[in-house]
Design a protein around this ligand. Structure first.
Ligand SMILES: C[S@@+](CC[C@H](N)C(=O)[O-])C[C@H]1O[C@@H](n2cnc3c(N)ncnc32)[C@H](O)[C@@H]1O
Length: 326
């Protein structure tokens, strides 16, 4: 039987960034399931709304504990090279880095990478369940997780040096979010939005990208309108400020690679919001059948599940803007 290895343990092996900080997170993350199990259950609406474009509907999509656990287990942390790119852009001149705000922080996959670099880091999310998980996976006193929305950021005017959004900006109401970014960023501050091209399974050097994208396309109607921004690698986002830096996944060299199992690739697929919506609408049996079909399609492409090396690759893209000084 395959073993589920949390992705950040592999990440840890591959990066020197914040080694000590992350090591403590890895060690302290194992009680996650029991801590989550102990937390009080809250009543949830049974219906997923048709449109997932508002903070309210996004909260409902991401609100199930089941999905949050999949996030913790299967979602990648961005690579060190990406964090460096963002910091290089932010740091026009030497000086302390005071406040970083990670919006749509989920269960802290991205937030924790900034912990060693800023005096204070705030993760913001509309989902209480994601925040609960984040507090367990990133238990550092100068990192706080706050319930709030991208459209109403919990920060005072001109107080934030860096706003990050990892795999999240496609959920936001952009005009409202950009207005809030402009209110809370200090002059010269940076908004950095990034994400990754889904996952690319590679078996014995052979890319299974097309099989993987067929599975993505099979869930077509269940992807939210905003997912077009992920497909365009954020090139379709309206510009926030004139100073605009864009790195495409194929050029960025920002890749996270995890040696893996077919089970884990399927687990990653099961963490998709579109899969959660499909399951909510079509039922558990249909969702189980979808994963079974996915298993068959990927196993056929791999010819055999045994005797080969499977890796999951995440190719990151990045777009960032600087708020003008005057
Ligand atoms: C795909 S997850 C990404 C989580 C994490 N940043 C990562 O890198 O995996 C998107 C997150 O954005 C949150 N979210 C969606 N709409 C939001 C909004 N309007 N304001 C704040 N958070 C939002 C969701 O609850 C979810 O945790």
């Amino acid at each position: 039987m395959s073993q589920r290895v949390p992705h950040w343990t592999t990440y840890l092996r591959n990066t020197a960034l914040h080694k000590e900080c992350l090591l403590s997170l890895v060690i302290r993350s194992f009680p996650y399931s029991s801590a989550m199990a102990q937390s009080a259950d809250r009543a949830r609406s049974a219906d997923i709304p048709r449109s997932a474009d508002s903070a309210q509907s996004a909260d409902m999509v991401f609100a199930s504990k089941n999905l949050v656990e999949k996030y913790v287990t299967y979602r990648p942390c961005p690579p060190e090279s990406l964090v460096r790119r963002v910091l290089d852009f932010l740091k026009e001149k030497p000086g302390p880095l005071d406040l970083c705000m990670d919006v749509g922080c989920g269960s802290s996959q991205n937030t924790k990478l900034y912990a060693a670099l800023f005096n204070k880091v705030v993760g913001v999310d509309v989902s209480q369940d994601q925040l609960e998980a984040a507090r367990v996976t990133c238990p550092l006193s100068h990192v706080t997780f706050v319930e709030g929305s991208a459209e109403q950021l919990p920060a005072s005017d001109a107080s934030v040096d860096l706003i990050t959004c990892c795999a999240a900006v496609h959920w936001f109401d952009l005009p409202k979010f950009y207005a809030e970014v402009d209110r809370v960023l200090r002059p010269g501050g940076v908004l950095a939005c990034y994400g990754y091209r889904g996952c690319t399974p590679v078996f014995n050097g052979k890319s299974l990208r097309s099989e993987f994208m067929e599975l993505w396309d099979d869930l077509g109607p269940y992807w939210s309108e905003g997912h077009k921004h992920l497909r365009s690698e954020h090139s379709s986002l309206p510009p926030c400020y004139p100073e605009d830096v864009m790195l495409w996944s194929q050029d960025s060299g920002m890749i996270v690679e995890t040696e893996d199992t077919l089970e884990n690739v399927l687990g990653y697929i099961a963490s998709w919001s579109a899969f959660a919506k499909f399951q909510k609408t079509e039922g558990k049996e249909a969702a189980g059948n979808f994963l079974e079909r996915a298993r068959r399609r990927l196993s056929e492409a791999m010819e055999s599940e045994k005797g080969g090396k499977l890796v999951r690759q995440y190719h990151y893209f990045l777009r960032m803007w600087r708020k003008p000084h005057a």
